[in-house]
Design a protein around this ligand. Structure first.
Ligand code: HAM
Length: 443
């Protein structure tokens, strides 16, 4: 008898970690594959980086909240390492240290699992999956607009309806804080509070950090501003008219949106001047994507012009912009919107030997069918033909090929059409031709 304690441990995964059974796993891979196609369409080449990185690399500029949630440990060699909570730092490391003098821009795509000690709840896990696009080497609004476009392209291609982009530029709030001589560390704390939508607490911290009454009322006005980008941008510029740096950031945002909208005119964009993101490295545009039906972001990104400089040995700065979309949340959004997955991996044929002597022939024939691209399963349970057929019925298989000594003698097989419930003898070649023409009809 196994120890009851151990049995109960084996029954559970570690909190926040999930087993993804076939439907979920296939859904995840489908989304990943769509994202890979989008990457190819836009010229992003794939890059695979380690799941485990040096803690200091991952912790740099990731923001206090995210830093606290990293899985950190010492390896057997005494190195302080962490499971990656995102791709951006790793991709930035590669480009800054190995590709600093490579022709720019560099476009990279990544996909894989990430780890954050978040509180598990709907759409929030401790192991989750992202697809990630980074565009490095350009500080121009075209680059930001491209990142918005590729995000939109993927969400649209997946068939999601009714989604919108929430957008801001961290340059606007930070310039107001800069003018008040509030240092970067305090600014980061203020941005973290805004990320958690704690605007009152953020204003209180500005006050405690020496922010003037004027700056407080400007920030308060900014926090009220949200709506359709075309209308909000005008109001926003009035509020910040005495802040040239903030005005520059707003003009840049407006130019990015003009470019983005030129090819994505239907896409809904909401500008929220009080919106911030927890990651500290952002220097320009920031955005998140929301899909109706789930009120958590399916993706987020922004411009981060200083991060690569942190990792490079000073050979000129490399500006960058990027986005990551959460695969788990995209899958949840698709489910909520009632999208059904087209299964393309249904087995088309089962090959059933009628007795032990016919097993080798069944193996050989299955292998020949697979070489022709037919998805073929071979009976491995030693069941009778009728039991194997009834199992094939349950699995919605189109054809069965039954192999016995008599057919082997004749150089033929029995092809059974599972739907029509009729069977005939054919050569394997002819049987394969019938199956393939049926497959083509189904497509
Ligand atoms: P992020 O907003 O932290 O950005 O994550 C992007 C997306 O990953 C989220 O919108 C969400 O869909 C998904 N996600 C995050 N945490 C979880 C979780 N605990 N469970 C499930 N899904 C989650 C970044 O990671 C940046 N590196 C994006 C970026 C790339 N910025 C520039 N380049």
């Amino acid at each position: 008898m196994r120890d009851g304690f151990l049995v109960s441990i084996f029954r559970q995964t570690v909190r926040g970690m999930r087993d993804l059974l076939s439907d979920e796993a296939e859904m995840l891979r489908d989304i990943e594959e769509k994202a890979r196609e989008s990457a190819k369409l836009f010229g992003y080449r794939e890059i695979i980086t380690p799941i485990l990185e040096n803690y200091d690399l991952l912790a740099a500029k990731i923001g206090e909240e995210n830093r606290k949630r990293m899985y950190v440990f010492e390896d057997l060699g005494g190195r302080k390492v962490a499971l990656r909570p995102e791709f951006t730092a790793s991709v930035a490391r590669v480009v800054a240290t190995r590709m600093a003098s490579a022709p720019k821009p560099i476009r990279f795509f990544s996909a894989g699992s990430l780890y954050r000690y978040d509180e598990p709840q709907f759409g929030r896990y401790r192991e989750f999956w992202q697809v990630n696009y980074e565009l490095m080497g350009s500080d121009r609004p075209e680059a930001d607009a491209e990142i918005l476009s590729i995000s939109n392209n993927l969400v649209w291609d997946l068939g999601l309806k009714d989604y919108s982009f929430k957008i801001n530029s961290v340059g606007i709030i930070r310039s107001v804080l800069d003018k008040e001589r509030i240092d970067e560390e305090k600014q980061n704390e203020i941005m973290q509070l805004l990320d958690k939508k704690q605007q009152k607490e953020a204003l209180a911290l500005v006050r405690r950090s020496g922010g003037s009454q004027k700056s407080l009322s400007i920030l308060e006005e900014l926090f009220q501003l949200k709506g359709e980008e075309n209308t909000v941008i005008g109001e926003l510029k009035k509020v910040i008219e005495n802040y040239p740096e903030a005005t520059k950031a707003a003009d840049n945002l407006s130019e990015i949106l003009r470019l983005f909208k030129s090819t994505n005119p239907q896409c809904s964009v909401t500008l929220e001047a009080g919106f911030a993101r927890g990651l500290e490295y952002y220097t320009g545009i920031i955005f998140e994507i929301f899909v109706s039906g789930i009120n958590i972001a399916v993706g987020g990104g922004g411009r981060y012009d200083g991060l690569l400089d942190l990792f490079s040995s000073g050979s000129g700065s490399i500006p960058a912009v990027g986005v990551a979309l959460g695969i788990d949340r995209l899958a949840l959004a698709l489910q909520k919107q009632g999208a059904t997955r087209q299964r393309e991996d249904n087995i088309q044929v089962v090959v059933i030997p009628v007795d032990d002597q016919s097993r080798i022939e069944a193996f050989k024939k299955s292998s020949l069918l697979r070489k022709k691209g037919i998805k073929t399963e071979v009976e491995v349970m030693g069941r009778s033909v009728s039991r194997a057929l009834s199992d094939a019925d349950k699995k919605d298989v189109d054809y069965a090929i039954i192999i016995g000594p008599e057919e082997t003698e004749e150089g033929l097989v029995v092809l059974r059409d599972m739907k029509k419930r009729i069977q005939e003898k054919h050569s394997l070649e002819e049987a394969a031709r019938i199956i393939i023409s049926h497959m083509n009809l189904e497509m």
